[in-house]
Design a protein around this ligand. Structure first.
Ligand code: GDP
Length: 595
């Protein structure tokens, strides 16, 4: 195996070389740990792998780092032979794992609003949903399966990249293939481009459905030209993107679309082992008034069975009943099958990993461990923490969503940022665009554990809120040089700590008293937080800042005091400021360095 220093954990510097791809079993052998250890690490990263699954270098090295090893890429010469032996080994192991089977692809539909995503999903469902002859009323469980000949395809029911990216943000890899819907009469629009970025960032292949071809004025060729400009060259023009003409309203092109999905799925070689205990992900969850918590689980691998003990995120339970989207009761669900399950103690989160266990005890302890890992997982990258995370092996890539004011400044900024890549960490521009930073930009940064850089643009209110909630770093710059310098310093660990303001409290001036010969003191009522003696202060009048200084003295009745909380009155003396007017608002804050 590709070990630099034999399989020896006692080596002083635990370094090892890893090939471009290797199976879970081989990684475990290389690291000298049990395969279960590796599988657990992968699950923590949202990757549901079985022992024979092949993982790439980035994933393998991250797992190795977690287990205390520092990985390096194996030299190319060695790789050539190892890739061949890799394939052989994999064939062998597939041979060994005679239980490995193809699994249906899981498809998400994305595209601009009103281009026909919902209509297309309906058309596919109507044309193909299994068991429609049973007269079952279709239920919304978040996904459905269709049968094409002997094969199946699973469609996620929530179209659009928001759901897709929200799921990724939680570490779940759900989608195998994206169908990008573009209306032939409207062409490529902003959300089309966003969807392309999101699919690319996730490494998911794209099939284009040029929809509404029945409409007068539809111009598929124009759409294809626009797609080519966006980097998706259609097959008929010599590229490798499959484009299908559809009319969702007339049901045209649906069969062709489904056939092409199966074609791409075949190339992706999607495999799973239905003999294993199930692993999957929650794609929808709610409280059913009469039946309790209900969650739709999309099975990735293994087979989910009635009465299985499962953990879903931080909750667990035993499956009391399972349904498919036609409401039919199921006893088991094979890989890529969506099923609504009853029996969990609580409602899990969308995107939570699901795993079946042999005992309730194991399921419960998985859920508990998951709870304690929650914080660690949600750790996002900020420019000031990049270096630490590189050092700790947590990141090998700095993902940046880049927004600029005008198209013209995009390319130079992009290339100068990309040039900052070092041998330890690659700068990866995951999305570029003009205009304000939007919620979608922030979501993409969350999903890619990256950050947002805005050059000469603003931030929409929703985006800032989301960024705060998700702890995403949005950096604003007006000067290219400063931006480049900051990123460069961050990568080298030299970035000075960022100083942030922490608001401590607010008070309102109710009276003004003379104090000594020249000085004046404000009699205030503390409305929020507290006032402390050494805090910084900002005096606001009619919403405008009239002075910025610090608290020089604080008195409660006649006595000096250190701090006065909300709901009390006190006397505030500000340094170098006397011109109080009744009604002024004094905002108290503190500057804090964040590392
Ligand atoms: P979504 O926002 O992408 O989900 O778009 P919808 O599926 O809601 O479709 C938006 C509108 O376009 C609806 O009025 C649909 O009836 C119409 N529409 C969708 N697909 C087609 C199509 O293939 N041909 C025509 N003529 N109209 C369509």
């Amino acid at each position: 195996m590709a070990l630099a220093k034999d399989n020896n954990k006692d080596n002083a510097n635990n370094t090892l070389e890893l090939p471009r791809a290797l199976s879970v079993r081989e990684l475990a052998e290389t690291l000298g740990v049990g395969p279960v250890e590796v599988i657990k690490e992968l699950m923590r990263r949202g990757i549901m792998a079985n022992i024979n699954q092949v993982i790439d270098y980035d994933v393998a090295s991250a797992v190795a780092a977690e287990l205390g090893f520092e990985a390096r890429p194996q030299p190319i010469a060695q790789q050539a032979s190892s890739v061949i032996s890799e394939i052989k080994r994999q064939q062998q192991s597939i041979g060994e794992a005679a239980t490995l089977r193809s699994r249906p692809p899981v498809v998400t539909i994305m595209g601009h609003v009103d281009h026909g995503k919902t209509r297309l999903l309906d058309a596919i469902r109507k044309a193909k949903v299994m068991d429609s002859e049973a007269g079952g009323i279709t239920q919304h469980i978040g996904a459905y399966q269709v049968k094409v000949g002997q094969q199946k395809i699973t469609f996620l029911d929530t179209p659009g990249h928001e759901a897709f990216t929200a799921m990724r943000a939680r570490g779940a890899r759900v989608t195998d293939i994206t169908v990008l819907v573009v209306a032939a009469d409207d062409g490529v629009m902003p959300q089309t481009l966003e969807a392309i970025d999101h699919a690319r960032a996730a490494g998911v292949p794209i099939i284009v459905a040029v929809n509404k071809i029945d409409k007068v004025g539809s111009n598929p060729d124009h759409v294809k030209q626009q797609l080519a400009d966006a980097g998706l060259l259609c097959e008929e023009w010599g590229g490798d993107t499959i484009c299908v003409h559809t009319s969702a309203t007339e049901g045209k092109g649906i069969d062709e679309l489904l056939e092409n999905i199966l074609l791409v799925a075949e190339m992706e070689e999607l495999k799973a082992d239905p003999t294993l205990l199930a692993r999957g992900v929650v794609i929808e969850a709610r409280l059913d008034k009469s039946r309790g918590p209900m969650a739709t689980v999309l099975v990735h691998d293994g087979c989910l069975r009635l009465e299985d003990n499962i953990a879903a995120g931080v909750t667990y339970g035993r499956i009391k009943a399972m349904f498919d989207n036609t409401g039919r009761r199921m006893r088991k669900a094979n890989p890529s099958t969506p099923v609504a399950v009853l029996g969990l103690h609580d409602i899990p989160g969308v995107g939570d990993p699901v795993a079946a266990f042999n005992s309730e005890h194991e399921a419960r302890s998985f859920a508990q461990r998951r709870q304690s890992e929650f914080e660690k997982e949600s750790r996002a990258v900020s420019l000031s923490s990049v270096y630490d995370q590189i050092k700790e092996g947590e990141i090998k890539e700095l993902g940046i969503v880049l927004k600029v004011d005008v198209q013209g400044s995009l390319d130079p900024i992009r290339s100068s940022l990309e040039k900052l890549s070092t041998d330890k960490v690659r700068v990866n521009i995951i999305r570029t665009g003009t205009g304000n930073v939007t919620e979608s930009d922030v979501m993409l940064a969350v999903a890619s554990k990256g950050l947002v850089i805005a050059f000469n643009t603003g931030i929409s209110a929703g985006a800032q809120k989301l960024a705060d909630a998700e702890k995403i770093d949005i950096r604003l710059y007006r000067i290219i040089y400063e931006m480049i310098e900051d990123v460069e310093k961050a990568l080298k660990g030299l970035l000075a700590p960022q100083v942030v303001e922490v608001v401590e409290g607010q008070c309102e001036v109710r009276a003004v008293f003379p104090s000594g010969k020249k000085n004046r003191v404000a009699g205030v009522y503390v409305t929020e937080g507290s006032v402390t003696r050494d805090a910084q202060a900002r005096v606001k009048r009619d919403g405008k800042v009239v002075a910025q200084t610090s608290v020089a003295g604080l008195k409660r009745f006649k006595d000096d005091t250190k701090s006065v909380p909300a709901g009390y009155e006190c006397g505030v003396d500000l340094k170098d400021f006397n011109d109080f007017i009744v009604g002024d608002i004094i905002e108290l804050f503190r500057k804090q360095k964040v590392k």
